[in-house]
Design a protein. Structure first.
Length: 212
């Protein structure tokens, strides 16, 4: 996280903007990838996000720039652009979600074992079953690592609502995961704590961050 970025941007936008890109490109590209058909489309969306951010910052007074929560603000720009692109392409919500539920070859990687792939498919299914607001909040909070205030900014929702959505989404996922474990394990076996913990590396590679 670039704590000093807002101050640097307020003082020297042109000189400091590359630092902003360097610190936040993983977040922006990760969101863009989950809303894109392929890596090239995601790169275009990420580039457009930073271009929009730069243009906006040029028009901001220093006080407004200093007050920015950059990660939440950039996430909101990314999600808004993704929605606009979907509307322009006349992609229905159901079709967009179906597209995002396909396995991501880049995320799986060539070395992914059959067991890992099955785990990814399971988590994709569990996450897709969450209501849209919960899926969005859980994804931004636990996959992308945004704070609650940043998630609230990204989704343009009250922080209390965001916290409630995350709490309910996590609880639902936990119960669904434990049910999966019970259904797939031998009767005498017991799942250890590590098995009940969220495999966040897996979730990161496949979570769709919805905005419904």
């Amino acid at each position: 996280m670039c704590i000093d970025c807002p101050r640097a941007l307020a003082n020297d936008l042109m000189g400091s903007f590359p630092t902003l890109v360097s610190h936040h490109q993983d977040l922006v590209y990760g969101l863009a990838r989950r809303y894109s058909r392929d890596a090239s489309d995601a790169e275009d969306l990420a580039q457009e996000t930073f271009l929009r951010a730069y243009r906006a910052l040029r028009g901001f007074e220093p006080e407004r720039t200093l007050a920015l929560h950059l990660r939440g603000w950039l996430a909101r720009i990314t999600l808004n652009l993704a929605r606009n692109r979907a509307r322009k392409r006349q992609v229905a919500t159901a079709a967009l979600e179906a597209m995002m539920e396909r396995p991501d070859a880049e995320a799986l990687g060539p070395a992914g074992s059959t067991e890992e792939r099955e785990s990814m498919r399971m988590w994709r299914r569990l996450l897709a079953a969450l209501p849209g607001p919960q899926r969005a909040a859980v994804g931004l909070r636990h996959v992308d690592g945004l704070s609650y205030p940043e998630v609230a900014i990204a989704l343009d929702r009250p922080i209390g609502t965001v916290k409630s959505d995350v709490h309910r989404g996590v609880r639902t996922l936990r119960r669904a995961y434990e049910a999966e474990i019970r259904d797939t394990r031998e009767p005498d076996s017991q799942a250890g704590t590590s098995e009940l913990a969220w495999p966040m590396a897996v979730v990161r590679s496949m979570t769709e961050v919805g905005t419904r």
